[in-house]
Design a protein around this ligand. Sequence first.
Ligand code: B12
Ligand code: SF4
Length: 485
Amino acid sequence: MSLAMFKYPLNIGFQYPSMSTPFKILLIKPHVVIPNQSIDVPLGILSLSAYLKKHFGKQVMVDCIDLRIHKKPVYALQSMLNKKKYNLVGLSMLSFEHHFLNKALPMIRQHAKAARIIIGGPYATAQYAHALSHPQICCVVLGEGEKIICHLVEHWIQDRDIFDIKGIAYKQGETIICNQREDYIHDLDKLPFPEYNQMDLSPYWRNHHQMNVILAESRYMPVMSSRACPFHCIYCHNIFGKIFRKKSPRRFVDELKLLYFQHGVREFHIIDDAFNVDRKRLHEILHLIIRSGMNVRLAFPNALRGDGLEKEDIDLLKDAGAYMLTLAVESASERIQRLMQKHLNIAKVMDNIHYASSIGLITNGYFMLGFPTETLDELKQTIDLAIHSHLDMVSFHVVVPFPGTPLYQMAIKILPSYCPDTSGRYLGSKSFYESVTGINVLRYQQQAYLRFYHPRRLLHLFNKVPRKAYFLERFFWAGLGVIKA
Ligand code: B12
Ligand code: SF4
């Protein structure tokens, strides 16, 4: 069948810009209502914007809007759409944000009649068929977006069909077509710096909820030095593939310097998936930071691999400005470690936690409760491990098998009617585990928090934390959430 037969809705019915006017693109980070939601600078859309401008120069005009920082998000989006006649509107979505589409898409269509609407990000990648059930969507972009959005724009500027573009999914009548994935960008030094100038950064610094929970400095920024992770945890999404790709240490530290000297950023949250997987590179980065003339604080809210650290690494992290280490332990049970394919050396992690804590670093542990087949004993073992550890802080997450992950496949085999809770709530959400076992894992989660944060530990933590007023405020709201759950 000829591709030309499939023209609508991918390539007709829209106005094309003439070569003399730029192709106008609006990238949106959506807003959904979630109590105590963390709001950090949206690196995804800022990376796309920088890449588009590097690739097309004046041929494109790119605006970014983060609706989470607007008091009246609907109004903010409407006025943005009314200001310019966008040719392309791109939404960046996590799975828990998908509810946003129901109300936003009709509105975007109404106010940007000539625009194509596309979606990218983890939701689009994991649930492209679900995303395509919205008739306003032209196509969905899977995984790393920079090359793909450029191909789309190029095709549209040249008035060509997009069917053969790798890394997209689209609908032909009732049939969903998902093209082969695009190759990843291998040399990350070729990526331009994310377009930090695109946005006013001050609302993020005034906002009181960010991924790291505590802060040493108010002017902080999430940064990424690498993409992809070589591990295979079954609950993880595959946005950036499995081959670890990295910026050179110098390129990464240059990015930090730009943020430090031009934007006044004083704290970096390194959110790589596998920052310490290459120890030689880790050392190079930390030495460069130490020699850079910057006086920065470092934290790792996306966690470090706890058994991949040696004591000298922890010392060097501290020398470079780290004040808090987050380590993802997840489960105390060897069997569950195998099941989730994390294969963590738990004794080594606990030893590192002890050491980091003893040299004054704040240690934070992530744990997961309620894997398929997990017994109550295994669940309690995890809680006890956290409670008897030298950790200063913890998060106990109830397992949510998300579509697009091997864990989800496992979950629907056990419970074919399973439908994930995408409310985005960390506490009190509907649990897969309870549906299967009848065990109220949320109660165990709640009790685990109450047992962990006993007065002596809290006092010890309070003595360690910087910016104590900020800590008290965050802790108050988090504590209230636990009690009310
Ligand atoms: C920072 C972060 C957060 C922050 C902020 C998220 C945000 N700003 O959107 C916070 C703390 C809020 C968060 C929360 C959660 N997160 Co989170 N988080 C991340 C993390 C570590 C970094 C995100 C980031 O900035 N990446 C860097 C940029 C460059 O990548 P990107 O945004 O994905 O964008 C690229 C592509 O996706 C694509 N793209 C993105 N948008 C668009 C738009 C268009 C138009 C196009 C064409 C392409 C495109 O192109 C971009 C450039 O290549 C990722 C892990 C990761 N490696 O990305 C997890 C990740 C996004 N989180 C994840 C999860 C599971 C969660 C939680 C559900 C966890 C939980 N405990 O419940 C919660 C959500 C609930 C809640 N209440 O908030 C999953 C995604 C699951 C999903 N299907 O949505 C990820 C992928 C982790 C993982 N490995 O599984 N998270
Ligand atoms: S270590 Fe983190 S990023 Fe890597 S596979 Fe496991 S969950 Fe995913």
